[in-house]
Design a protein around this ligand. Sequence first.
Ligand SMILES: [Zn+2]
Length: 161
Amino acid sequence: MSEVDRTEADVETSVSDSVRKHLEAQEPSAEEKRALRKAHDGHLVRDTTSQLSVDPDEPGPGMEVEADAEIPDTYCFTCEAWIGFSGVDLRGTPRSRRDAYYLGGMPADVRRAKAGTEDTLGELADALTDRVGHLDSRGDAYEFIATTLEEVRADANGGGA
Ligand SMILES: [Zn+2]
């Protein structure tokens, strides 16, 4: 029984080794990754690392080991799905869109829409400062717009919930 001689550190190393090998085996090839990248080109994505408990293939006799692994993958907000760069079946979604970016760069229509939205918001802010006594600056007006937007969104999402 060589197992007896194994120290705890050895066991941990071999478990993380086996988990790592297991995960590497699931990872798509470079070509598959390219195809995935192409499929989500111009989509709004976010790189996220998920904590996952992984069962190593053969933890050894008498050992119940579940190793925590960190799985880096990318979530696509446009498709509402994980892109699958890790090959692991990930659940859950990133909590926020902070740090989200457009894969392969922002598409031209999005760029135009963004610029148009900014222009329109600027005009709206100027109109509001003209019309509303206590809105003295564009900053005030943007705050007013943001508050109103929150309320509009809550109404749209809640629907009476
Ligand atoms: Zn996508």
